[in-house]
Design a protein around this ligand. Structure first.
Ligand code: APR
Length: 234
């Protein structure tokens, strides 16, 4: 049997069992702020220290060494190794767990927590420690301030051309651990349905989105099981 073309979209739920909080569980509150209130360009202009702190705490969690990829991240690497160019992993997550597990064909559409960028030129910098007002770029004169390399509400996600191109060829579209509430990511399932792909949701709770198949459970169990099904088609 020929190998299928697969596009996978992941959200915060795939990293939950690694110990990272999702956005909308616990009412989606972060230290009494709605995530939409700290993750906007307006919030950064209004209160940059609060926004820096929000992302510094999340960055520390990754750098502490206590957060590790789980069985779901590892299973997706196994699938990529089997499917090669027929596999695309799109993630809304800004953590580095897919990268650390070994995923290569990865499109982090909402940015990456371990990168910062120049507020003037958008030039990217790898970030090992905290980001605050004291950090300046090395690309401008005078040096400009830096912002988290995160796509905020109201900003255009990254890699949209590559994502749609992969979707047009997809036989299977799978969304893992995402509530399907933030667009354009939440609209990818409709596009995949229009293109005739099989659409599958692997999530703790069933979302309102229109998937042809929904499986409920923990990502660390559902994802390895589903990957094994694909590998067994060999
Ligand atoms: N296994 C599978 N699914 C899980 C697990 C688990 N162990 N734990 C939680 N989930 C599910 C929840 O039921 C929920 O549907 O993961 C989903 C997480 O949803 P959100 O918190 O809304 O996260 P996400 O969909 O990734 O959010 C999208 O919103 O704030 C923005 O930019 C941010 O990328 C983020 C975007």
């Amino acid at each position: 049997m020929s190998k299928p073309n697969v596009v996978v979209l992941t959200g915060a739920g795939i990293s939950a069992e690694s110990g990272l909080k999702t956005f909308r569980d616990n009412n989606g509150l972060w230290e009494e702020h709605r995530v939409e209130e700290v993750a906007t360009p307006e919030a950064f202009a209004r209160n940059p220290d609060l926004v820096y702190r929000f992302y510094n705490l999340r960055r520390q969690a990754l750098l502490s060494g206590q957060v590790q990829p789980n069985a779901a991240h590892h299973a997706l690497v196994q699938l990529e190794q089997y499917l090669g160019g027929r596999f695309t992993l799109v993630t809304q997550n800004v953590d580095d767990l897919h990268q650390r597990a070994g995923s290569k064909r990865l499109l982090p559409m909402h940015g990456e927590l371990l990168k910062a960028r120049c507020c003037r030129t958008d030039k990217l910098m790898l970030l090992k420690g905290e980001l605050d007002r004291a950090n300046h770029c090395r690309c401008c004169e005078p040096p400009s301030s830096m912002r988290p390399h995160i796509v905020w509400f109201g900003e255009m996600p990254l890699y949209m051309d590559e994502i749609y191109e992969a979707l047009w060829q997809a036989d299977i579209f799978v969304a893992i651990g995402t509530s399907g509430t933030v667009y354009p990511a939440a609209g990818l399932v409709a596009e995949a349905n229009r293109n005739g792909a099989h659409t599958l949701e692997l999530n703790l709770e069933s979302s309102d989105s229109d998937f042809k198949e929904k499986r409920r459970g923990r990502a660390s169990e559902l994802v390895p099981d589903w990957v094994n099904e694909i590998l067994e088609l060999r």
